[in-house]
Structure formats: C-alpha cells, structure tokens
Design a protein around this ligand. Structure first.
Ligand code: SF4
Length: 387
C-alpha cells in the first residue's frame, strides 16, 4: 500500500489521566484493554503486510503514554516491532514517557531492545502551573528519570514544553529554561499552547475559568527561550525544536521533509505522499476491525496538490534549513520564485526571509511574522492557473 515508507509510528492511546489541554486520542482505560492492545498492533502489522526493505529510518512509540504498558507487554510489543521494522538503515528508535514512569526495569527493556531516544513530557517546570494541569508530581521525578536513562546508556533525552499555559509567569519560565539548558537534556520541543476543540481548557476558556498569558508575554517567553538555549549550545533547527548538534530528531525531520510513513494503532495516520490513511479513533472499532481481519483503515483522504504545496511551504519554512525550492519544483512542478517573486522579494527586504542556494530560509526576525508570510505565499483557489 505505501511504497518505500521512511518511518514507522506506533500509537499507544492510554494515559494515567486526561490532561486538560490534550486533543490527542488518549484516555484512562481498563487493565484488560491495555493488556490486549499490543496483540492488536502486532496483528495490524501482519494484516497490512508492512515491510521495510532495509529497516525504517526511524521508529517512534508515542501516545498516550507508552510506558503505561506493563513490563512484559512493553517488552513484547517493542521487541516485535523492532524485529520486523528495524534494519541497517534504522538510526533512531524513540519512545515518549512521563518522568515518573522511568524505572530501572523499564529502562532495561528500552535499552535491551535498542531504543536510543526518550522524550520526557514535562510541559512546564513551574510547580503551580503543573499542579493546575494535574502533573505536579512529574517535577520531582525529572532528575531521577534523566539519571536512570543515562545509567542505562540512553543519552539522547528530550523534553517537551508548552509555552503559554495558564498563569505561567515570565520569570518562573525563564528560571526553568535556564535550569533545563544546563541539564543533560539534548533536545527541547517548545510549542505554544493551542486551545483545541473538545478539551477541558476549551470549555474553561468559554466560561472564563482560566487566564492565559497575553500574546506579548508568550512571544517574549519564546524569544528568551531561544536566546538561553542558543547560549547553552542548542541549535534551533525548527521553529519549535532545539537540539545540541547531532541530537536533532530524525523522526520529525522525515515528517517535515514530507516523506511517506506508516502509523499503527488507534487513530494512527499513514501517508504515501498523496493519500492519507486514517485508522479508527475508537478502540472498539479498531479492535473489531483487526479481529475480523477486515481493513482497519477507516478513511482515505486525497491530499490535493494545492494542499500538498502549501504544506511543503509551511513545513519547509519552519525548519532552519529552509524550503528546498528545487524539491518543490521537481515534486510538484511549482517554481515559487516565478509565481511569488514579488512577495518573496518584499519579505527579503524586510529582513524576514533570505535565499541561500536553492533554499528559501526564514530569518529569526521573520519567525513572529510567519503567518503573514505564509498567507502571501500560499496558493488558494484564485491561483488555480498557477497550478
Ligand atoms: S499524558 Fe500526553 S497524551 Fe496523555 S493526556 Fe496528557 S498530554 Fe495527552
């Protein structure tokens, strides 16, 4: 179905509790469902006749909270996937975790199966903020988690942060970034809080029960974060992603490069460069599909050329390497400088963009203007002749 997939994603949709901002398909579930789940993933892998000739370039276990699986199931699932999907070309095998779930026993399983990258979902290092989102206890486990991972030889450790959580103060945020920058962490992802439909935060926003920091404050936080991390040796290789040289995420980079991928599990998405295949978001529906050996892909979306081009522009400009204009031309037949030359030149004059070789690159000064830049470079219906 998907020719030459570059990466494999495995979704484990269970969590200890639901975070109020989270729109991922994840929930607290019964022990029975959690125990049965690895077998469903293994069956899906076989049913879809997935094959990676020389191994997936990247394998990623995400969620949800993958380490919520009991040790035996975790070992069984990871072992199966790695045996089937890894090979000489596999350079990165990642898993997400809460710091509190990192134990010697789990690390032995991770390291023993070749997992070489772990992302710790912290979101904030501010006690008050974490208490409000129900994750207070994670801070006290953070340092122990890092030491335990290092003890087991897993050096590629990342942290996820959210900028703009309710009541997050500028000074407390800066203090925590300073501490993080001097820790043994190699990668930091920092995304702005987005209030998603159907989340607890969305209803609290409507009823006025939460107070978010102003846009001005979150922009200052982002800008300070970039400066602190830069001084500590991190490179900003994508707008929201910072890494010590040599520790960038292979998995994310393949997605930004628009490479085909396979997703396994509830709500997982697969992409062949033109079609997106969606697995059911309900565990029940997914399970029924797998057990009856019927295709579990509940919908297929054709990604029209107009959308593909816009996604490539957006993803490319977010990276520090920039948008590869020759790839856009070769893959989609679009000469951006011919069709949007005036707009590109005006952004270059403002100091927001630059061209280096074949790449159109967003400069630091242009980061906060990215929406304006994209609105002017994107194609819409009135530019059909352009396509
Ligand atoms: S732990 Fe992660 S996936 Fe689970 S509810 Fe919280 S944010 Fe969502």
């Amino acid at each position: 179905m998907i020719k030459n997939p570059a990466s494999l994603y495995v979704h484990i949709p269970f969590c200890k509790s639901k975070c109020p901002y989270c729109a991922f398909v994840s929930k607290k579930d019964s022990k029975e469902n959690i125990l049965n789940y690895p077998d469903l993933i293994k069956r899906e892998f076989e049913l879809r006749e997935i094959g990676f000739a020389s191994g997936a370039l990247s394998i990623y276990f995400g969620g949800g909270t993958p380490l919520i699986l009991p040790p035996e199931s975790l070992n069984d699932l990871i072992g199966f996937i790695i045996e089937k999907a890894s090979g000489p070309k596999t350079s990165e095998i990642s898993i997400e975790s809460l710091p509190s779930l990192i134990t010697d026993e789990k690390c032995e399983i991770l390291a023993g199966n070749g997992i070489n990258r772990v992302t710790l979902g912290m979101q904030s290092f501010n006690d008050g903020v974490l208490r409000d989102i129900g994750r207070f206890s994670e801070i006290k486990y953070f340092e122990t988690a890092v030491e335990t991972l290092l003890k087991h030889g897993i050096k590629n450790i990342g942290v996820d942060l959210i900028i703009g959580l309710p009541d997050d103060g500028y000074n407390a945020f800066v203090d925590s970034v300073i501490k993080l920058a001097s820790s043994k962490i190699k990668h930091i992802s920092a995304y702005f809080l987005k209030i998603e439909e159907g989340t607890e935060f969305e209803s609290k926003m409507r009823s006025g029960d939460i107070r978010l920091p102003s846009d001005g404050r979150t922009c200052r936080m982002y800008s300070k974060l970039g400066k602190i991390l830069f001084n500590a040796g991190f490179n900003r290789y994508e707008i929201s992603n910072f890494a010590i040289p040599g520790f960038h995420s292979v998995h994310n980079t393949l997605t930004w490069d628009y490479r085909p991928y396979i997703g396994l599990g509830v709500s997982a998405v697969s992409f062949d460069g033109e079609l997106r295949y969606n697995n059911p978001v309900s565990l029940e529906e997914y399970e029924v599909g797998i057990l009856s050996r019927k295709p579990v892909l509940c919908s297929v979306e054709k990604i029209e050329k107009e959308i593909r081009v816009n996604e490539r522009i957006m993803l490319g400009l977010r990276t520090s390497r920039g948008l590869d204009l020759s790839v856009l031309k070769d893959m989609e037949g679009i000469d951006l400088l011919k069709h949007r030359g005036t707009e590109v030149q005006s952004f270059i004059k403002k100091g927001w963009l630059k061209i280096t070789g074949d790449h159109l690159i967003l400069k630091t000064k242009g980061i906060l203007w990215l929406d304006t830049i994209l609105q002017n470079l994107f194609f819409d219906k009135k530019f059909h002749k352009f396509l």
